[in-house]
Structures are given as C-alpha cells and as structure tokens.
Design a protein around this ligand. Structure first.
Ligand SMILES: NC(=O)c1ccc[n+]([C@@H]2O[C@H](COP(=O)([O-])OP(=O)(O)OC[C@H]3O[C@@H](n4cnc5c(N)ncnc54)[C@H](OP(=O)(O)O)[C@@H]3O)[C@@H](O)[C@H]2O)c1
Length: 244
C-alpha cells in the first residue's frame, strides 16, 4: 500500500502546496479542511493535476470530527504514515500591535491556543495508534521562527520585532510538544519534528512575504521523507536547525 499522509488545513496556502508536493512524490494525501466546500474545491484542483488525494472533513478543535476521521483512516487504510499538523491561525500581528503580551485579550490567547496547540495535541494523540502501525511514521508540526525564544530574546534579530504574543507563544508551546513527544516516541518508528516554512505569501503570511508557497512547503515535505537514521525532536528550516 502507498504511504498515507494527512495534512491539516490543506484547502489553501502552505497546506495545499504541501499536499501537492507529497502527492507528487507518490504519497496518498488526505486533505483535511474545516470547510467542506473549500476542501472539495482544493481536492478537485489536485485531482485534476492527476494526483492521488482525498478530501476529509476536519476542524481541529472538534472532537467528533477528530473521532470520525480517525475511524475513517483506521477502517480504510489501517495505518497513517505522515501527519502534517499545518492548520494554524494568527490574530492581527504587528505592526498593529494589538496583540502584544502587554495587552492581548484572554479570548485571543485562548482561541489561538485552542487551534495551534490544544487541537493539534489532541489530534496527534488520537492518531498515534495508527502512526504506530506504519513501518516508519513522520509527524511534522508546522511551527514558526516567531515561536523561537532564542530569536525573540535577541534584539538584533529582525524577527524579534514581530511580537503577536498569542501566536508566538502558541508556536513555542508547539515546539515544546515536539521535543517532548519525540522523546516519548524515541524507541518507536515515529519521528517528530517542528518545521519553520520561512516567511511565505499566504493569507496568514501576507503579500509582503518573500517566499512563494512551493518553496515554503519544502521543509514539511523534506521532514516527511527523512530516513530512519535521521534526527527526531528538531526544529528545522530547509534541512538546517533553527534555535529553539
Ligand atoms: N505563511 C507564513 O509566512 C508562515 C510562517 C511560519 C509558519 N506558518 C505556519 O504555516 C501554517 C499554514 O499557514 P499558511 O501561511 O498556509 O496560512 P493560511 O493560508 O491562512 O492557511 C491556514 C489553514 O489552516 C486552516 N485552519 C485554521 N484554523 C483551523 C481550524 N480550527 N481547523 C482546521 N483548519 C484550520 C485554514 O482553514 P480556512 O481556510 O477554513 O481558514 C487554512 O486551511 C500555519 O500553522 C502557520 O502558523 C506560516
């Protein structure tokens, strides 16, 4: 059987491009979207390119949808080889300054963590039994250099001027999940890594970003195909380590 991948938030941006590149490598890709119409449209686009993809419904904070998806993957494929935790949100970042640590509203923090952290952790835990059935499974947590505390505390870094606290803290927490889960799974067939895609032109990244989606998706695609002898528990951008 082909390798099976699940990409969350696959209807647009980096998720859509990651799905495309994985499918181009011969992986069967389950394209998760929270909106059925947008998800079916994105899936049709890749099918029209001759790629082996399938739409699946998933709002990452919805327990019933997670359970239904896990059941679908189990009964249809009996395993999962690649999980790309790509879905993510950022409420108004800089330069508006409305979400700095000084003034960010509790509801913005909560909503951001619900999607970028709690939903992702819950989904990953529910999929672990299926990932353990793969000969060599890969979990890619799509993070951001903005979540690097090393970078954020270095005033000489250009990234340290970008401080939407809820988003950055949610990615720091996600990075912690990567380190801890990789350690917990060290003796298994599953490798867990965080990816920094770069600053990419998408709805989230904005139009001033220097990278296009195909280049931005490269890091997740690379981490999906690392070998047994390669690393786990790392923070990677284009094959190079990023400081936590
Ligand atoms: N673009 C950048 O420069 C950049 C840099 C570093 C890291 N990242 C990370 O890369 C990932 C993808 O971002 P992007 O730039 O491609 O952003 P994007 O174009 O805004 O796409 C985000 C995707 O996540 C989905 N999503 C959001 N909340 C969701 C939820 N609760 N349940 C399920 N799906 C949900 C969106 O669905 P809808 O279409 O329904 O909203 C969309 O498919 C994110 O984790 C982001 O933090 C991006």
């Amino acid at each position: 059987m082909n390798r099976i991948a699940l990409v969350t938030g696959a209807n647009k941006g980096l998720g859509l491009e990651t799905a495309r590149q994985l499918a181009q490598e011969g992986v069967k890709v389950l394209m998760a979207s929270r909106n059925k119409e947008r998800g079916l449209e994105a899936t049709k686009g890749l099918k029209d390119e001759g790629l082996d993809v399938e739409f699946v419904q998933l709002e990452v904070t919805n327990q019933a949808e997670i359970d239904a998806l896990v059941n679908h993957i189990d009964t249809t494929f009996g395993k999962l080889d690649v999980l790309v935790n790509n879905a993510g949100i950022m409420h108004g970042g800089e330069p508006t300054g409305v979400n700095t640590a000084e003034i960010v509203k509790a509801e913005v923090l909560k909503e951001t963590f619900d999607v970028n952290f709690f939903g992702l952790v819950n989904l990953t835990q529910k999929l672990l039994p299926l990932l353990k059935k793969s000969e060599s499974a890969r979990i890619i947590n799509v993070s951001s250099i903005l979540g690097s505390n090393t970078v954020q505390s270095d005033e000489s870094s250009p990234w340290s001027g970008i401080k939407p606290f809820a988003y950055n803290a949610s990615k720091s927490a996600l990075n912690s999940f990567t380190v801890h889960l990789a350690a917990a799974l060290r003796d298994t067939n599953i490798k867990v890594n965080s990816a920094h895609p770069g600053w990419v032109k998408t709805d989230l990244g904005g139009k001033n970003a220097p990278l296009e989606a195909p280049e931005g998706a490269e890091t997740s695609v690379l981490l999906a195909s690392i070998k047994e002898t390669d690393y786990t528990g790392k923070f990677i951008h284009k094959g190079e380590e990023v400081a936590w």
